[in-house]
Design a binder for this molecule. Structure first.
Ligand SMILES: [Zn+2]
Length: 313
């Protein structure tokens, strides 16, 4: 646990394996909001944070999950048990937090024909979450959480996942993000549900930064950023989205009669040196849907019911 900036109320917890993993506690004068709860392996860190804040007279009263991916809700149970807090999440995210099977099925099993389920994968994802918790309230655009001394505004940023919230702490001008600035240089694609939706949310974050509303940007998987650094990351994500599109076009142009989803997926993963896994199977499908909407590509039904895609010309 470390205080990110002197004299400001935001503290940071956690770091996990290769990719940084942060949760942020926004500490008011009388109570605190914890943003995200990491993975189940961080139980002791989160329990200690709950106790420390309670001892200091600023107990966690709300745990706000930015989104329902396993590495953001992992210790929900420990945090609630230790602090007695309410749990809030973006409206729509409830089923993934309240039922782990739904979470796993809708996250990892969307395209078993492209990337099949495995015991190892199931164990890894499910073990990173302690289990279901009830969601007590919905986070929606414009709502403000107000412990004394704090004004924490909710900003909806869908695209990496269907339902995601970011937070602007107005007093310290600190912007706290989950995964909207997706990781572009990891060994795997972190995934996104619709590139067009993600571009819209990245634009929204950039506008907020351009307006000078934040001095510091904190994100789940990056070190603390200045607004300029965050803008550079946003541009990096936009280039990455275009790069994925052009690799897909490349895969389609090689097979005039149409390419199967699985072949396009394998081509793009290999071309961009990413692990072939379930997140990218859904991501590639989403790029194809966007390309179909723009009139660039189309799906062609085949006799066996499988789906093939080709460029429109
Ligand atoms: Zn995520």
């Amino acid at each position: 646990v470390r205080r990110v900036i002197e004299h400001t109320p935001v503290i940071e917890i956690g770091n996990f394996e290769g990719i940084p993993l942060h949760a942020h506690a926004v500490v008011g004068e009388d109570w605190s909001v914890l943003i995200d709860s990491g993975v189940a392996e961080l139980q002791e860190e989160f329990a200690a944070l709950c106790r420390d804040l309670a001892k200091g007279g600023q107990p966690i009263r709300i745990l706000a999950n930015t989104h329902a991916h396993h590495d953001h809700i992992g210790c929900n149970r420990t945090v609630q048990r230790e602090s007695g807090c309410l749990i809030m999440a973006p409206r729509g995210a409830e089923p993934w937090i309240e039922d782990m099977e739904t979470n796993y099925r809708e996250f990892a099993l969307l395209h078993p024909d492209v990337h099949p389920d495995s015991e190892e994968q199931r164990r890894e994802i499910l073990a990173s979450m302690e289990g279901p918790t009830h969601v007590d309230g919905a986070l929606v655009e414009g709502m403000v959480l107000r412990p004394d001394g704090i004004e924490l505004e909710v900003i909806e940023v869908p695209g990496h996942i269907r339902y995601e919230a970011a937070f602007l702490e107005r007093r310290s001008q600190t912007l706290i993000l989950g995964d909207v600035i997706v990781g572009t240089d990891w060994g795997l694609f972190p995934g996104h549900v619709r590139p067009s939706l993600l571009r819209g949310s990245l634009d929204k974050v950039r506008r907020l930064l351009d307006e000078g509303r934040a001095k510091l940007v904190l994100a789940s998987h990056y070190p603390a950023m200045t607004p300029d650094e965050a803008c550079a990351r946003i541009e990096g994500v936009e280039r990455y989205l275009s790069d994925i599109d052009s690799r897909i076009r490349d895969a389609l142009s090689r097979r005039k009669a149409g390419a199967a989803h699985a072949d396009i997926w394998a081509h793009v993963c290999d071309a961009m040196c990413k692990q072939r896994e379930f997140r990218s199977a859904a991501m590639i499908r989403a790029h194809l849907e966007d390309m179909a909407e723009r009139g660039e590509a189309e799906s062609i039904p085949s006799a066996d019911g499988s789906e093939r895609w080709r460029l429109r010309r």
